[in-house]
Design a protein around this ligand. Sequence first.
Ligand SMILES: Cc1cc2nc3c(=O)[nH]c(=O)nc-3n(C[C@H](O)[C@H](O)[C@H](O)COP(=O)(O)O)c2cc1C
Length: 237
Amino acid sequence: MTYLHSINQPRDAALAVDQVIRSRRTRKVLGHLHAPAHIPHGFREQVEEAVRIAGWAPFHYPANPIHQQDGLDSCVPWRFYALGQAECLTLAHCLLEDEDGCVDASSTIIRMLAAAGSVVLATWLPEPDNSRKAQQMDEEHLAAAAAAVQNLLLAGEARGIQTYWSSGGVLASSECFDLCNIPLAQKLLGAIFMFPPQTDSNMDNMDVHEGKLRNRRGTPDSWRTWVSLDKKQEQAA
Ligand SMILES: Cc1cc2nc3c(=O)[nH]c(=O)nc-3n(C[C@H](O)[C@H](O)[C@H](O)COP(=O)(O)O)c2cc1C
């Protein structure tokens, strides 16, 4: 490796990461159950790669042992339940058949299940008690799980997958947890929709919406400041 290489390589890596972060954006793709999306060959494998890399998120506390069971016995404070296209469609039909259900074929969640190549239901794992310590741990469990979800969005973006982090709506219901075999002791952090790249051929009958707050965040100067302790230093002198 040349000297120039050793200088440029980290810079290239930084630029590549920056570009992925910058180009990630919410894309809600709405299809129709009677005409599910065409999902390209290999899409599931791409999602699996993104899921696996997302797991390199930081976490502070191990999950409580009550959550470390049924094969999903990691100490990380999140769980990912990945559905392929067939499972997304089946789930949509099950939710529609539910007599007490609050969705119909025109509901956004149902239309997105029709357009998705995959949905990852990301949960976080609360402490079983309500002590002050447990509350602090829960905040950090949730933060760690959110870091894993952001990793998933970025890993998806880097693979050309269009993503959308939804609070979940009906996907957070006990009925959906039951259908997907998710323990009720877990909490849904987000339903992460994974849509194939948009091409003319797979966008027939699809509507695409962007995140409403995308352009409302302001410049970094409106949410970041460099802290100065000069006055404190003078007082201390
Ligand atoms: C925790 C979380 C939950 C979200 N839930 C929803 C949701 O339920 N509905 C929705 O339209 N957008 C939801 N979003 C996406 C935001 O609307 C979107 O991130 C925001 O508009 C900024 O757009 P961008 O992602 O393109 O930067 C959620 C985002 C986060 C982080």
